[in-house]
Ligand binder design. Structure first.
Ligand SMILES: Nc1ncnc2c1ncn2[C@@H]1O[C@H](COP(=O)(O)OP(=O)(O)OP(=O)(O)O)[C@@H](O)[C@H]1O
Ligand SMILES: [Mg+2]
Length: 586
């Protein structure tokens, strides 16, 4: 085993001298207490180590020991429903006020060694198996079948295999023999280095939508399964609420929620709220398909730095089973700030705003781990990544936001003014974009919905509206011709009736594809019919006085997902009210 002598402590970063046998990224233990650290820099004599615990009381002269393995995560049954910290220590949630605790120097196994799992074996002696082959299945929760995978670095002939029965994660379930006759024991779980991406066969183009039930996202700026998106937004503009909505409603098989350096109480809310939430498809707790990684701002910045990698590695593991995984990271800015602090303590040359020069490449590495992949045995899985970004002062020209924009393909930009006027979600329709729309359009087509047409019309109206607003500011709205004022009114319906969506409402928090379509349709029908009436000489004020105008604004809240036929009634009402108005002027 390697070791070294500690000679310098700078917060969570320590250095050792007389270092031998220790390698880059190795997990190390510090002093008698055995604090957990990871080698992040090494040369002939010296190692730089980031420590994942409070280093108070750690003095030069004490010994640092190698562990002979890279800092790793454990992958196997028992991950789901759990809450881990940034290096996968299982967290015991005590009380809300007390926060989240782990004992110093303790690294309890992330996966329970006691729990028994019923394993259904799917291979036999003599089979040749390789990376990510399925050995068997465990029903981990009522929602998820956990597929026991051959580790990505193992392959060979099955020389021994257990029978389907009940086992613990540490039991040997299979012995492989490679061409050289070398044997390897496989267990119900395996470890994988936290900073190493898991291999796959090939990257596939995104095709399916990651349906979120959030109208402005699905209909206007969608994300694909395997897509990468960012939510930049100033203080209090709704990043966390949006991330929570996605975690609750997105149609992914597995959700990994990384609470990265947000306020302690905010994370405690997640820990309290999530277990109470029901999965909309099954009625079970969403924790049955969720893993939380919790790093509050009062934990060492190093744990925050690694939480992103821990989360994504677990995500890739479920992808390798053939699942669609969605990862939410809130907030990547807090993670970048951790990088900045660590870099500063290592006395590296700072670049823009004190961030290290490698900020961009680290962000790239993170987002590149998203995607839809062919993994093994013809299975396809995906990892979608949605990162919140908190630019100081809401200034999107700062480094984390600008770098992030290079690597993501959907941007949901939160607008401070929209948030201020309580237009939620405050996703700006002028600054946001999605490059996935074209790629996933086939999904809407299969639902029988011509979303391309609807979206183009809606975006056309919104663009025209922002142009007209500029003119209206100069000359006053009343000076605009009635046709243009009608455009403003239809845009008002789009904004208030469609784009706004109350995340806290029972009825409106989730909007089905059909409901999204019918809502858009009724708004556009209103616009078209109203324009006909206007051309027939009926004044605009009469049109917007119709009860249907305000009813359309309320339809998100008034019509439940399972009452789609109410839209027929709404359309009938629209036609009737317009007909009556015609008669009045006829
Ligand atoms: N979709 C929504 N529906 C209803 N209310 C919302 C929505 N989005 C945001 N809000 C309101 O805005 C408040 C602030 O939202 P949130 O905490 O998500 O902001 P944030 O951007 O994460 O803030 P911070 O910068 O502090 O992390 C919420 O408490 C809620 O009242
Ligand atoms: Mg927040």
């Amino acid at each position: 085993m390697g070791e070294g002598i500690l000679y310098r402590v700078s917060g969570p970063i320590i250095s050792t001298k007389k270092t031998s046998g220790i390698v880059m990224n190795e997990e190390v233990r510090i002093g008698e207490e055995g604090l957990i650290g990871e080698v992040i820099g090494i040369n002939a004599e010296e190692a730089t180590i980031q420590v994942y615990e409070d280093t108070t009381g750690i003095r030069p002269g004490i010994k640092v020991y190698g562990t002979n393995k890279p800092l790793s995560v454990e992958l196997g049954p028992g991950l789901l429903s759990q809450t881990f910290d940034g290096i996968q220590r299982p967290l015991t949630v005590i009380k809300k006020e007390q926060g989240i605790f782990v004992k110093r120097g303790a690294k309890p196994p992330p996966l329970s060694r006691e729990k028994e799992w019923k394993v259904d074996i799917q291979i036999k002696e003599g089979d040749i198996i390789g990376p990510n082959s399925i050995i068997g299945e465990v029903k981990e929760t009522t929602l998820v079948k956990h597929r026991i995978l051959v580790p990505p670095d193992a392959m060979g002939k099955v020389v021994e295999i257990i029978e389907s029965s009940t086992y613990k994660v540490n039991d040997t379930i299979c012995i492989l023999q490679d061409e050289e006759g070398e044997k390897r024991e496989l267990k119900l779980f395996h470890s994988w280095p936290v900073r190493k991406k898991r291999p796959f066969i090939k990257r596939l183009p995104p095709e399916e939508i990651l349906f979120t039930g959030q109208r402005v996202i699905d209909s206007i700026f969608p994300i694909a399964k395997g897509g990468v998106a960012a939510i930049p937004g100033g203080f209090g503009t709704g990043k966390t609420v949006t991330q929570h909505s996605l975690a609750k409603w997105a149609d992914a098989d597995i959700i990994i929620y990384i609470g990265c350096g947000e306020r302690g109480n905010e994370m405690a809310e997640v820990l309290e709220e999530f277990p109470k939430l029901k999965d909309p498809r099954s009625g079970k707790s969403i924790m049955e398909r969720t893993i939380l990684i919790a790093n509050t701002s009062n934990m060492p910045v190093t744990a925050r730095e690694s939480s992103i990698y821990t989360g994504i590695t677990i995500g890739e593991y479920f992808r390798d089973m053939g699942y669609d995984v969605a990862i939410m990271a809130d907030s990547t800015s807090r993670w970048a700030e951790a990088l900045r602090e660590i870099s500063g303590r290592m006395e590296e040359m700072p670049a823009e705003r004190g961030f290290p020069a490698y900020l961009g490449s680290r962000l790239a590495e993170f987002y590149e781990r998203g995607g839809r992949m062919e993994v093994a045995e013809g299975r396809v899985g995906s990892v979608s990544i949605i990162g919140a970004v908190s630019p100081p002062g809401g200034d999107f020209s700062e480094p984390v936001t600008t770098h992030t924009k290079h690597f993501i393909r959907a941007l949901w930009a939160l607008d401070t003014e929209l948030a201020y006027s309580r237009h939620y979600p405050a996703i700006s329709w002028t600054e946001s974009y999605s490059e996935y729309f074209e790629e996933i359009i086939g999904w809407w087509e299969r639902e029988g919905i011509d979303m391309e047409n609807l979206r183009n019309r809606v975006m056309g109206i919104l663009m025209e509206e922002s142009h007209l607003q500029q003119i209206a500011q100069l000359v006053g709205e009343r000076a605009l011709p009635e046709g243009e004022r009608l455009t403003l009114k239809v845009a008002e319906l789009i904004k208030e009736g469609f784009l706004q969506q109350n995340a806290l409402s029972k009825v409106d928090a989730y909007c089905s594809p059909k409901k999204q379509f019918r809502m858009l349709k009724v708004i556009l029908d209103f616009g078209e019919t109203a324009r006909d009436l206007l051309n027939e000489g009926i004044p605009l004020f009469k049109i917007i006085e119709l009860p249907i105008f305000s009813e359309i604004k309320r339809m998100g809240e008034d019509i439940r997902n399972d009452e789609i036929d109410k839209f027929d009634k709404l359309e009938d009402k629209l036609n009737k009210e317009f007909e009556e108005l015609r008669k009045e002027y006829g």
